[in-house]
Design a protein around this ligand. Structure first.
Ligand code: 9WN
Length: 469
């Protein structure tokens, strides 16, 4: 396919092309998954594996709902924002009070989220801030333009507060990027990129206090993180909790992640658009976007290796692991063309595209860390394919983006609405009937050829919501 933008899809195996009938069936199946996972107020990531509302899942899911039911799309985001803390953080889980504590670990009793709004139990971590981007998409899909604007008016201050929290409280490196304090905040929990920083985390002398893992009850344990990784996840979460979730204390894990920050930057551009639509002052968001762009390229782009890499603030160096996180800065519309071309070439290389071209692997297919079963250590994910396709389109790379979108539909067509997929065989893995996979299918299927994500497309979109208020 190449990065020059050809329209063929040579990665697709013969007989592996989604027909119009398949696509229609797939859309119906995706709608059914979202409907089955809808609780009346929001959508669970998965009924059994993750029976609550998750942060960045809610953003993907809202984009999917926007293709089917604009009211549910808005509810999805507003339900998550109900859990926003006074300091502006949007928690990575908003718990459903009707679900038993034992259904998921760590549940509400673990997090003790006293700082959450009264009556809402949440976690104390956050996740990639995709919310402003999702909110913009929800409003723009809205057939009732006034309802779309009213929704934006309601969420705009909350989105601004989250961005201010990230800029003010998570700027541990001092250059304007947000640092994550736990691998769960990255959304790519057991990515090989976290092996080194996690190995440096000192555990209590007597070992980690006992806890019971619940994540292997419904899926094959070989697909889940190891006990050694989980011990560190639980330890880090306990230490953060016991320190009152304060961000000004010494942390044992502190990383500037290219995916988290690229999503924040993409959402900051969405916030610019939202502000303009509402007649609010977009200048501060422009300024943040410019700073984030400069810091992303200045601090996380390794020109010698030709890759974006996470920066470990404790060790004071870049983490030299090839993972899908390195490709996410395609979401930056201002990425210089030569860097975008190198990132695209990396995405297209055998490091990330297997011989059957089933999508983008989450970890290096040629590297020593590859594990085709374990969730973020190799498998292909529909939400990441969707994000990367959006990033590619932003740089005019419509050919590769179209192929990625088509292979995503085909993968799901073949293996079902699974949580993730084996990067070499395409076999479905993890939870079944997974909400963000369904959401990605709905958005991709509704938008063949892509609408475009650049500034010209933004102006076209603004016209659709009529005049600013
Ligand atoms: C911990 C819900 C979430 C996703 C994450 C994914 C997984 C949780 C877990 O599931 O994380 O937050 O228990 O494994 O890694 O990205 O948001 O789908």
């Amino acid at each position: 396919m190449g990065c020059a933008g050809s329209r063929r899809a040579p990665h697709l195996r013969e007989g592996m092309t989604t027909t119009a009938a398949d696509a229609a069936g797939l859309v119906r199946a995706a709608e059914a998954v979202l409907a089955a996972n809808w609780t009346g107020r929001s959508t669970v990531a998965s009924r059994r594996q993750y029976p609550h509302q998750w942060g960045w899942d809610a953003a993907f899911i809202a984009v999917g709902w926007a293709r089917v039911d604009e009211r549910r799309a808005a509810h999805e985001l507003e339900s998550l924002l109900r859990g926003q803390w006074a300091d502006g953080r949007v928690p990575h889980i908003v718990f459903d009070p009707g679900v038993a504590e034992e259904a998921y670990f760590p549940g509400p009793r673990f997090w003790r989220s006293a700082a959450a709004p009264a009556g809402v139990a949440t976690s104390g971590l956050t996740q990639p801030p995709l919310y402003a981007r999702a909110a913009l998409e929800v409003a723009l899909r809205s057939r009732d333009a006034e309802a779309g604007r009213a929704f934006l008016r309601r969420v705009y201050p909350r989105l601004g507060a989250l961005h201010a929290y990230l800029a003010g409280r998570r700027n541990a490196g001092g250059a304007g990027l947000a640092a994550i304090v736990h691998p769960w905040e990255s959304g790519l929990d057991d990515s090989p990129a976290w092996d080194e920083p996690l190995a440096a985390v000192e555990l209590p002398p007597g070992g980690v206090a006992p806890y019971e893992r619940r994540d292997r009850e419904h899926v094959d344990p070989r697909e889940r993180p190891t006990d050694a990784a989980y011990d560190r996840f639980v330890h880090l979460a306990r230490v953060y909790r016991d320190g009152g979730y304060a961000d000004d204390r010494d942390a044992a894990f502190l990383v500037e992640d290219p995916l988290f920050n690229a999503i924040w930057l993409w959402s900051t551009h969405a916030l610019v658009e939202i502000a303009e639509l509402l007649g609010a002052d977009a200048a501060p968001h422009h300024e943040v976007a410019a700073g984030l762009h400069a810091a992303l390229v200045g601090r996380l782009w390794d020109a010698r290796r030709g890759r974006f890499l996470p920066r470990d603030l404790i060790a004071g160096r870049l983490v030299d692991r090839r993972t899908v996180q390195s490709l996410a800065p395609l979401l930056d519309p201002d990425l210089p063309a030569e860097i975008a071309a190198r990132v695209c070439a990396e995405l297209e290389s055998p490091h990330f595209r297997g011989p059957q071209g089933l999508g983008v692997a989450s970890a290096d297919l040629l590297g020593p860390d590859l594990d085709c079963r374990r969730y973020w250590r190799g498998p292909v994910w529909a939400n990441l394919n969707w994000l990367l396709a959006r990033g590619l389109r932003q740089h005019g790379l419509h050919g590769p983006a179209g192929v990625l979108e088509a292979t995503t539909l085909e993968l799901v067509c073949r293996s079902g609405m699974r949580e993730y997929f084996d990067p070499l065989t395409g076999a479905g893995r993890g939870a079944a009937d997974f909400s963000w996979t369904a959401a990605a299918v709905l958005d991709i299927a509704a938008n063949p050829g892509g609408e475009g994500c650049g500034r010209r497309a933004a102006r076209r979109r603004a016209g659709r919501l009529a005049k600013p208020i």
